[in-house]
Ligand binder design. Sequence first.
Ligand code: PEP
Ligand code: MG
Length: 902
Amino acid sequence: MTEWLKTFGGGTAEGSAKMLDLLGGKGANLAEMANLGLPVPPGFTVTTELCAAYYDDDKRFPDSLSEQIEAGMQHIEAAAGAGFGDAANPLLVSVRSGSRASMPGMMDTVLNLGLNDETAAGLAASTGDARFAYDSYRRFIQMYGDVVLGVGYHEFEDLLERAKQGLGVQLDTDMSADDWQDLIGQYKAMVVARLDAPFPEDVGEQLWGAMRAVFDSWMNRRAVTYRRLYDIPESWGTAVNIQAMVFGNMGEDCATGVAFTRNPASGDKCIYGEYLINAQGEDVVAGIRTPQPLSAIGEGTGAPALEQAMPEIYAELGRVSSRLESHYRDMQDIEFTVQKGKLWMLQTRAGKRTAAAALKIAVDMVAEGVLDEATAITRIEPETLEQLLHPRLDPEAPRNVIARGLPASPGAAAGQLVFSSERAADLAARGEAVILARPETSPEDIHGMHAARAVVTSRGGMTSHAAVVARGMGRPCITGATELRIDTDGGTISAAGVTLGEGELVTVDGTRGELLAGEIPTIEPVMSGAFATFMGWADGIRGLAVRANAETPADAATARKFGAEGIGLCRTEHMFFDSTRIVTMREMIVAKDSDGQRAALAKLLPMQRQDFVELFRIMAGLPVTIRLLDPPLHEFLPHGEAEMREVAEATGLPVEEVGARVAQLHENNPMLGHRGCRLGISYPEIYEMQVRAIFEAAIDVGESDGSAANAALEIMIPLVMGAPELRILKDLVDGVAADINKARGAVPAYIVGTMIELPCAALRAGDIAELAGFFSFGTNDLTQTALGISRDDSASFMDSYVRHGIFAEDPFASLDREGVGELIETACQRGRAARPGLKLGVCGEHGGDPASIHFFQNCGLDYVSCSPYRVPIARLAAAQAELKRRRGPIAGAAAEKNRQGV
Ligand code: PEP
Ligand code: MG
């Protein structure tokens, strides 16, 4: 016969923490605490298997259940020394949900079950406290009426409020036993009026009703939505915990509270939490009375701490806390009740904590010998490190949300609204903090984005231009805020009935994807010593190298600060958008002939060379992968009269001719147009200039710094389809190298490699590898071209694709394993078959995504490259991926939390 329940209490338990799937988090940990000999009120857990059976059989309980429930209740009666429904010595129980993953407040609970007119009188007599007995009874009717019978909670509250008004009292505690009894009469009458049936007096009926209601609450709207948001499978089901009640509200020697074994905000080792004397658990949360601190030191609210009010209980709580913490080897969040001077443990679970606290706790626990370094590494979700790298909004500050979009780049910043990059740059040069609002951004906005504290766009997805660039720069950014109307001509934004103009103050919360009115105060990040220690352990473990995508000196410096081991992608196009250079670039594009082009390029050469000099100096010998020009030329073209005239003046061409050339270069689908290596083939002068600048810069740095700054030059060709394009462009690079060698007597060591960002290139990787010294997967374009989904236009439908389960996640944020992943695996195999030891990396946005990093590790990649601000995340994710490879699946932070039912 299937066993539907497991008992606990009285110093032993049938279950344990290992039975998380069967008993849910709460049940498994109650069993574990009972096994440890901790004071847990006796009870039993009805398993999640029963939940599945209940739903499979059209919400009917199996016949074998009632006998087992009866035995379970006898176990509680024996351990508690009271009888369920016994008028002289009544046993009261709580009925609580508890699933494998914590779903706080999503499902139902009934407390004080087992009370009726007789047992309430019995409770009054046996405790000698009629006020307490009838207060408990009315609480039970209220909860049961709401949860099981479906009478609105507020209807009971209204009656209570009216009763208080009638009596002229403010607090529940001012109500007498007689007052409560009167109210109980009113409650019951209301139930009859609403349901046409009396409130159940039969305690057995109460128990089955509550159990059914808790199982039913697994499918309530709140729970279903929560599961969808947190990827919790419906098939897990909930367990139900039935447990003897203990009371924190039986007098001044009673209390109830919550304790963390370490401070969840700072990670400091101390008992941290709150309690209330003479109260039930719900009173702590309800906020009617202000809870008091547990520890006397540093709390100073004036009210006595538990340490002072109940020193013996405090000491015992301390002992239990350390026992639980060393047993679970993690910080615990504990619920307790003190009944008549005796401490009872009601729940323990891994405590939620800030990223800073998580790091400190992990590092401290290694120092204390509780954890080894590898286990500590598995305890932190890589994504949470992001909290430590950016300023964040003061969580206490009020928020007036104007619009929501995608949380494209985390962090927060406030400033004046501006609507053009020029304006952003002007105001920033005057020391103003600005927020750039654009329908979308293009490479021409780079200087504006750099000048702005944060960026918001109404269009675009997580890998749109704005998102990629903002993440790279560490600027908070919201993209795809579709409800926001951005009128760049009129200089206004409007949404939710609010219109704001230039100069008005707004705050961008890039972590949550919210645009807020006004300036919300921010908190600067603090990189604690624990951060460096912890990241050092991660570096010692990981096999994948971590580089950064960076082109400006500032980005490169940030990348190194965050531990990047080189640059995996320098997007050289970003170097041309500076306002002094764009005109020269335009001269080059509109030039009539090769001579005109070369003249313009000759002006660009020293500037480009200087860019590389700075980059090489900062990277000091670390590998630097420089990608030759990639975007379609039309992105550099002049717009509007004034810009056309400026180019006409610089080139000496008539404005009409400049206009005609611009029209000629227009493309309908530029992402699939004249870009990448296609530019290098049709305009070899551009690539020649870039390659010359790279070599000359490397020689200059080598000569002046005497360093090996040029030892690791990697020249990367974008968007190849196959070997023929690479052949032409590799010859071009080798040709420039030969020239340099002739002129300077030496040429720095270099490798020519390629991006693999077209499906065709992935399939023809064998041929390509015959020529390429390395592959770097451009997973942004590879995702775009493999799925046929525009990386800039997917925001409008991606949500519904995820909702329909077509994608588990936005494939531009987390790699599509089946399709794009197979192309990558194929390219790795074919590439390495043709050239054993071929260096493989990734430089698309996925290089900073933990789940994708696990995939890249399994493909055998050598490195990932990501935005500077994601470097620490990638370092940790790579260490976790390596541990997983060594040991098989490890309990990552999320799995760990689930194990403990958080
Ligand atoms: C890519 O396509 O993944 C890539 C890194 O190049 P970009 O984002 O510059 O197109
Ligand atoms: Mg690309």
